[in-house]
Design a protein. Sequence first.
Length: 116
Amino acid sequence: MYYLELKEMIFHAYHGVMEQERKVGNSYTVDLKMAFDFRQALDTDDLNDTINYASVYEIVKQEMALPSKLIEHAAGRIIQHIRTDFPLIESIEIRLAKRNPPFGGDIKESAVIIKM
């Protein structure tokens, strides 16, 4: 199996159920792991034989800029968009984390993980 990973992409975004979260925003991290057959690129050294990870990053950035109440929803949109643009992908895993979620506890982050 072959994987492409993008780790610890950091965004300031406006996701959250509480009004304050949607006004002030918060810091989020996104990790992606995508499986697809890029064996040909091992030999050709040609971008056309793989997935341009800069393009994947732009999709994540675009979707993170759209506010959602739930990080589950934002993660689902990211997966949908990537799979639509890159049908070569056989499976995808995303981890989307909100740093310092504002619920009065001492916690580093809350996160969702989706494997499809």
